[in-house]
Design a protein around this ligand. Structure first.
Ligand code: UT7
Length: 331
């Protein structure tokens, strides 16, 4: 356990104030609180203000994470931002966050791995830190999913919410040591979850707007099966890489997309007590895509006592398809 192993040394998250409850959704589309709770576990989600963007939420979470790490903004020497709802296609949201937090003229780039973005980002940050390329990497995950949700489509609009999470990754002696990471993708299933228009295939036009192609398009039933299978696979792969057994895991945080998916993953960790599987985020905030596991980790750390040497297994899954898992150890 050398000093050079990358660790998360500070965390923060930000959720917008406005709450969109299941009861509110009942007034917008043909749905019921009962359907949403039984099928997804979700009760509420947060919605960003009209003039509050992905970069604003990300900047707020970033400043909290830097403070939590007991660093100042000037100590950050690289900024990574995981998002599928950037402020613009370009410039990157990372550059906008660099400006908003007043960071130095340090490298800043966006990562597009959909809901797996936080774990993909951790893998890049870990590599940068462990290769001594950068000392203090700021990883932000931020999403304004309400900007691409069709609030006339009941099959998707009940699922998504806005929010941000941030972490500082460094080689300090204590924090959450990133023990192992496993990532994967399957572009053959790209059409299961996508934003059809706005890219080079279907640039914005009157037709793409008329056909409502600028909203999330999703095959929920198919995704459900892939989500369970891939998150189980990623979890086992990163256990193997870390030379650990299932019984070595103290806490489990699956991607907060659906409580039933979380429960299905949890079943694969039979020794884990129910209260060790974190699912508060899906209940309170819905699916916040890249931010989901980052918000959950921040809340877990603030609300529960995580003892020295305890481990947290994070796993995520999303459009692409992409998936990932990582094992963190409190040191
Ligand atoms: O973030 C990364 C990726 N995302 C996921 O991993 C999401 C994975 N999928 C899911 O979470 C679930 O498949 C959903 C929550 C999206 C849907 O749950 P489901 O149990 O698979 O429901 P379903 O799609 O099979 O729909 C069942 C019924 C349908 O009616 P019929 O065809 O049986 O008459 C839907 O039209 O429920 C209907 N339905 C609704 N009813 C009330 C769909 N959405 C709603 C709704 N309110 N909001």
């Amino acid at each position: 356990m050398g000093l050079n192993k990358a660790k998360i040394i500070g965390m923060g998250s930000y959720l917008p104030e406005k709450v969109l409850s299941n009861k509110d959704l009942e007034k917008i589309v043909e749905t019921t609180d009962e359907w949403i709770v039984t099928r997804t576990g979700m009760k509420e989600r947060r919605i960003a203000g009209k003039n509050e963007y992905t970069s604003d939420m990300g900047a707020k979470a970033a400043l909290k994470a830097i403070e939590d790490a007991k660093l100042s903004v000037g100590d950050i020497d690289c900024i990574l931002v995981a998002t599928l709802t950037p402020d613009y296609t370009f410039p990157s949201t990372a550059c906008l966050i660099q400006k908003k937090i007043g960071a130095g003229m340090v490298p800043a780039l966006d990562i597009q791995a959909a809901c797996s973005g936080y774990i993909y980002g951790l893998s890049i940050a870990k590599a940068f830190v462990e290769q001594n390329i950068y000392r203090n990497v700021l990883l932000v995950a931020s999403e304004k999913l309400s900007s691409i949700v069709n609030y006339k489509d009941r099959t998707t609009c009940v699922l998504f919410g806005d929010g941000a999470a941030a972490s500082v990754i460094s080689s300090s002696p204590s924090g959450f040591s990133i023990e192992s990471i496993s990532l994967g993708s399957d572009g053959f299933q790209a059409d299961l979850l996508q934003l059809p228009a706005g890219g080079s295939v279907h640039p914005a036009s009157f037709e793409t707007v008329a056909k409502e192609m600028h909203y999330i398009s999703m095959n929920g039933k198919e995704l459900f099966k892939h989500a369970v299978r891939r998150m189980e696979q990623a979890s086992k792969a990163c256990l193997e890489k870390a030379n650990m057994k299932e019984t070595d895991i103290s806490w489990l945080i699956p991607h907060q997309a659906n409580e039933r998916i979380i429960d299905a993953i949890a079943k694969r960790f039979q020794h884990l007590l129910k209260e060790k599987v974190y699912k508060e985020v899906v209940r309170k905030y819905g699916n916040t895509s890249a931010s989901s596991v980052g918000i959950a980790l921040d809340e877990l750390k603030k609300n529960q006592k995580i003892c020295l040497n305890e481990t947290v297994l994070l796993t995520a899954f999303g459009a692409g398809l992409t998936w990932g898992g990582t094992i963190l150890k409190s040191v």
